[in-house]
Design a protein around this ligand. Sequence first.
Ligand code: 8YV
Length: 319
Amino acid sequence: MRPEILVLGSGWMPDVSAKLDRRFTCHHLANVAPEERQAYIARVAPGVRGVFASGTVGIDARLAAQLPQLEIVAVHGVGVDAVDFAALAPRGIPVTNTPDVLTDDVADLAVALLLAAARRVPMLDRYVRDGGWEAKRPLMPSRALRGKVAGILGLGRIGQAVATRLEGFGMQIRYHQRSTANSAYPRSASLLDLARDSDYLVVCAPGGPGTQHLVNAEVIDALGPQGTLVNIARGSLVDEAALVTALAAGRLGAAALDVFEDEPRGPAALKEMEQVVLTPHVGSFTLEARTAMGMLAIDNLLAHFAGEPLRTPVERTTS
Ligand code: 8YV
């Protein structure tokens, strides 16, 4: 008999959807109207042995308590900040995620955003489309990357991949994270120092309560009027209200953001700003990465139900 799983989130790549439905009896919560979800969960809960979650639609203590037979949570994503580990750990429920398979594509988007902000690609695109070029509207030169400092907040897998790419553009790399990374790049002692030392601050650290609003007004001011903030990690890391205020006052030069505190809305004020580049949380959104993520999450579930070692367990018991 195929194990029953509760699938949270939607938008899986075609091969992933097909394999999920082939290998499991899936209860797709996203297909249920929001007002009917509680009743639906109550109805299917007795059979649910696994949860297939996304990086942003996770499992909280309430949902965990509603699933008495829950044995495993497989996250389709590397970030596990949407999982309440404290609710799962006492029950010995393992959590898996999908590291590595998305690293290159997320790092590529970080570089794309950084370049887009530095070379003002979206603004120049609008300039051509709107007839600004033909009308010879004044145009300011943008700024070169070579010789500039990229500060990486969080030199994990994705941070490292971003750093390697930016080195190729002739940038100097610095980083900050709590522990010293196994890396030859210079480490700034604090995030404030990193922001002060950097022309571009690229946020690559994990989300969650421990990193909430690390990039605050003080850090943003230290980055300064010539500085650019790039965030491909989690919106929760940045104090967005402070970011909007600093950009509006010209105390921060520019921002390029893939993630927001309130997705999918994002602050209206940012949408009005020329010096801001926005994308809709698509760092891993390539056919290749999303297919590999889905397959890895499925492989973790299959390994669990076959009594085999998990492929990529998250080694942590509390968040
Ligand atoms: C996706 C992500 O948004 O990996 C993560 O942590 O945030 C993204 O790759 C999401 O997990 C897709 O399900």
